[in-house]
Design a protein around this ligand. Structure first.
Ligand code: ADP
Length: 883
């Protein structure tokens, strides 16, 4: 998330918190919740301040009670008369009796007289009345009374004002409010403080209604004291100090006895009432006394009067101002908190509170406005706790999310390279993160296009969109479908598509997916590369395994890096172990190759140049090609089977040798005899001689013909050109014996044929089989001196037809037997070196027998004789019979 995004996010977050807090606190404010607490909080405004010094209190106190030796209830009213007289003489402006003279008592006459003197002397007398409220006893403030306790008639008549002295307690029992007027039986009286004030300015009750103007806000007293009244007709008085310390207080006894200088009462409002009396009932809690003693009713009244005198009536701030304060504080506070760490939040809240207190105090002192301290404080604190709470929960959520991501990262990295294990993990994470019921992971396939590698939920046909996302930014459709590309090294590695269940989370989910994607990108790319490498490896291995050639790859230390089974088979390398990582020499050593080849390979590799060698292993020949892998010091070696080619090559070589040797002899003879004949013709000599030479020419030509025929036969058979059919070998033997009988006869040899009663059939070519048998019988006659024995035997044994041709001729030395069946090989002993032959007969026989899946071998001893054995498989007559 970008820095700007973060700032915007915080602002939005702060505003939202602020609005919620403002709403909550506003609701509380409106419902007057916590009124008690709110009232108590306002107590801190009331501090000691100087008074106008126009009020004095005369206390009916414990001191006076002690002096008179009577409970004040039993006092004669003459004592009050005495005091009033003192005040009159001292030119007191107003004498206020905050006591109820509701029934007649001794000394009433004296008091009445004193009141008359006071009236005459210019001292206004105010008496107290008390309104009582039967059905609203606990509701301490009422301006409509059911009944009234008023002074007795003759006092009331002489008083300037009779006024209500009721104390008005707030819900918390503390006196802060005060009446302006109250009514009983449609007679309205001023409150004690109000009438004291009016009387102080010598405004008579008759004049009062004209000078006291009332408006919707309250009353306006002369000269210009505004008394705002609330909906209950109450105003708020200010207190001027702790109980007993605001006004000058004198004991009534001292005043009555003339112990007090009368001057202290001159021009003052003098309140007379119960004060500092143990167990008195007229005592109340006031804001200034909540921690100390109760305040006497008289002092409360004096404070109220003082409030008017000093024009210090308090006002509450307006409702509009209150609600604006709450809203502004909530929003401003929450927004500020949103940008701060928690400890700075606390500090800021402290600053807010202190600023608020200072501001409220200043407002109170300067403008007499009582600011509601509770709700703004509450706002600051609720905003603080809400912000901290939300911050903590966000942090916890983020941490949990981080932990989840770490967990999955860990899992992903534990899966290391395995794409098939990583992808399901990623799917799980995406599912949890996005709550999307449908989604997919797209990655580049072999053709470089993005296709679905993994998906969940129903198929979502968003192919085109995902392809677009692979090239550009995130694609969003209707805030429901998201295709988020995850880049890795400046190209898109994967695209995550999700179909969201709700439209409102698209932005958040996108950010989450991007962050998640960035974290796993490295692992995912590794896994992708690994799986690509693996599949290439597989392909390479496949090529290697299926290759018809042997392939070996050597590392730069000439150790085997790779090889295929063909190599093992062809070179007959023993041991079933894995030779990878082992030196090539170790593998070759356990194979079947000759020392010369082994050395040749070693030299070739050491030369560091590409090389080609012919390798013989057993009876097979291979071509070995070795070259460096491009730009590398490693080697790649291929082996190709060239056995057939090598044989052909050998044959070719022998053919040439034979042509130069075996054909040259008869050819030379033909030329020689030809020349001799020419000479004879020239000299006209004996024609008989010429016939002999011609005969020799023919013999030599026949010799050449034999050789060429046998070569052609050999090639014919090697090319596999034989027609096989069920064949009775007895017929072959009889036919051959018959053909060779004259040869045997000419050497006086016995030719014995030994046939079984019935011989099973073989599967073969009659002509070729005759040719083979004929060769064997011909050789036996040829290499057996006159009078010898040749025996042809046919037998059946072990599912094989066995033919043997035995003679008691010259035999062969043992060392000749190995080479006997190779082309042009002839045994040259003293006895046989004059016998003519091509050296092709036996190799032809062998080729014929092998073409019939048979085998041939020989037993021979020099001077004793030879026996050739042939074994042929019996034909499966049921299936092989000609149709
Ligand atoms: P050739 O045309 O020389 O007979 P063959 O391939 O038939 O060629 O025989 C190869 C050699 O094997 C002969 O040269 C001969 O020395 C030896 N050989 C073949 N058959 C016999 C046999 N029955 N007794 C002794 N030597 C034989």
């Amino acid at each position: 998330m970008s820095w700007a995004g973060g700032r915007f996010h915080k602002l939005r977050f702060g505003l939202a918190t602020g609005i919620v807090v403002a709403f909550l606190v506003g609701l509380m404010w409106q419902s007057s919740a916590f009124v008690d607490f709110r009232l108590r909080l306002s107590n801190f405004y009331y501090v000691t301040k100087p008074t106008s010094d126009n009020i004095v209190i005369i206390a009916v106190d414990d001191h006076s009670i002690r002096q008179y030796g009577e409970a004040y209830q039993d006092w004669s009213r003459a004592r009050y008369g005495t005091v009033l007289d003192q005040l009159t003489q001292a030119d007191t402006r107003v004498a206020v009796f905050d006591m109820l003279f509701t029934e007649a008592r001794s000394g009433d006459d004296d008091l009445q007289e004193a009141m008359l003197r006071a009236n005459a002397g210019g001292t206004r007398v105010i008496l107290a009345a008390a309104g009582t409220n039967t059905d609203r006893v606990l509701q301490n403030c009422a301006t409509q009374f059911d009944s009234e306790l008023s002074p007795i008639q003759r006092f009331a008549q002489r008083a300037t004002y009779v006024s209500y002295a009721n104390a008005c307690q707030d819900a918390d029992g503390i006196v802060r409010h005060y009446y302006a007027t109250a009514t009983h039986d449609s007679q309205t009286r001023y409150s004690l403080a109000l009438s004291s004030y009016l009387a102080y300015f010598n405004i008579s009750p008759t004049l009062a209604p004209q000078v006291v103007s009332s408006s919707s806000d309250g009353l306006l007293l002369p000269p210009d004291v505004a008394v705002p009244l609330d909906s209950n007709g109450l105003w708020m008085l200010d207190y001027h100090g702790p109980p007993g310390q605001t006004f000058d207080v004198y004991s009534i006894y001292d005043v009555a006895e003339g112990l007090i200088d009368p001057d202290v009462f001159t021009d003052k409002i003098v309140f007379v009432g119960l004060m500092n009396v143990t167990g008195a009932v007229d005592q109340r809690l006031t804001p200034t006394s909540v921690r100390g003693s109760l305040m006497a009713g008289v002092e409360i009244n004096a404070n109220a009067t003082e409030t008017l005198l000093s024009n210090g009536v308090l006002r509450y701030e307006s409702r509009a101002s209150q609600i604006i304060t709450i809203v502004l504080m909530a929003i401003f506070g929450s927004v500020a908190y949103a940008y701060l760490r928690w400890y700075w939040m606390l500090a800021l809240a402290g600053v807010f509170l202190i600023t608020w207190i200072v501001y409220a105090s200043v407002t109170f002192d300067v403008r007499n406005v009582v600011l509601n301290p509770f709700h703004p404080t509450l706002t600051i604190l609720v905003a603080l706790f809400a912000s901290i709470g939300v911050r903590i929960s966000t942090e916890i959520r983020q941490r949990q999310q981080l932990e989840n991501e770490l967990q999955s990262l860990l899992l992903v990295s534990q899966q290391q390279m395995n794409l098939s294990r990583i992808l399901p993990l990623i799917v799980e994470d995406l599912k949890v993160m996005t709550e999307a019921p449908t989604g997919a992971i797209w990655m580049r396939n072999r053709h470089g296009e993005f296709s679905v590698f993994r998906k969940w939920g129903a198929d979502a046909p968003y192919d085109a969109v995902s392809q677009r996302a692979a090239h550009t930014e995130t694609v969003q459709i209707e805030n429901r479908f998201l295709a988020v590309p995850i880049p890795w090294q400046s190209r898109v590695l994967t695209v995550f598509t999700v179909h969201l269940p709700h439209t409102n989370r698209a932005k958040t989910v996108q950010a989450q997916i991007e962050r998640f994607g960035n974290q796993i990108a490295a692992n995912l790319e590794n896994a992708r590369l690994f799986s690509e490498t693996q599949s290439q490896n597989k392909l390479l291995q496949g090529i290697l395994e299926e290759s018809p050639a042997g392939v070996i790859v050597l590392d730069d230390a000439l150790n085997l890096e790779r090889y295929n089974d063909v190599v093992i088979k062809w070179l007959q390398i023993k041991g079933s172990g894995d030779y990878r990582g082992q030196p090539l020499s170790a593998a070759l050593e356990s194979g079947n190759i000759d020392d010369a080849t082994w050395m040749g390979i070693g030299q070739g590799l050491l030369s560091q140049q590409p090389f080609r060698l012919e390798v013989k292993s057993g009876r097979r020949t291979f071509q070995l090609d070795a070259a460096h892998i491009m730009g590398d010091r490693r080697w790649v070696i291929t082996l190709s089977d060239i056995t057939g080619l090598a044989e052909l090559n050998q044959l070719k070589t022998r053919m040439i040798r034979m042509a130069s040797h075996d054909l040259k002899n008869p050819l030379g003879r033909i030329i020689g005899y030809g020349e001799l004949i020419e000479e004879i013709i020239d000299s006209g000599e004996d024609a008989e001689q010429m016939r002999l030479f011609l005969q020799r020419i023919i013999t030599s030509a026949e010799e050449m013909n034999d050789i060429i025929t046998e070569i052609l036969d050999l090639e014919h058979i090697r090319a596999g050109l034989i027609d096989r059919e069920p064949l009775d070998m007895a017929n072959v033997v009889r036919y051959v014996a018959e053909r060779h009988q004259p040869d045997a006869d000419s050497k006086q040899q016995t030719l014995t044929v030994n046939l079984p009663d019935s011989a099973p059939m073989v599967n073969g070519d009659f002509n070729h089989m005759v040719q083979a048998a004929s060769n064997l019988v011909g050789n036996a006659i040829k290499y057996t001196p006159n009078n010898g024995h040749v025996t042809i035997r046919l037998a059946c044994d072990n599912g094989q037809v066995k033919l043997s041709v035995a003679d008691n001729g010259y035999g062969m030395p043992e060392e000749a037997l190995d080479m006997l069946f190779t082309e042009f090989y002839r045994v040259r002993t003293e006895e046989t070196k004059h016998i003519k032959g091509t050296g092709l007969g036996l190799s032809l026989v062998k080729s014929v027998i092998e073409a019939h899946e048979g085998r041939i071998w020989v037993e021979s001893e020099e001077g004793i004789g030879s026996t050739f054995y042939v074994e042929l498989p019996i034909a499966d007559t049921e299936t092989e019979a000609p149709t």
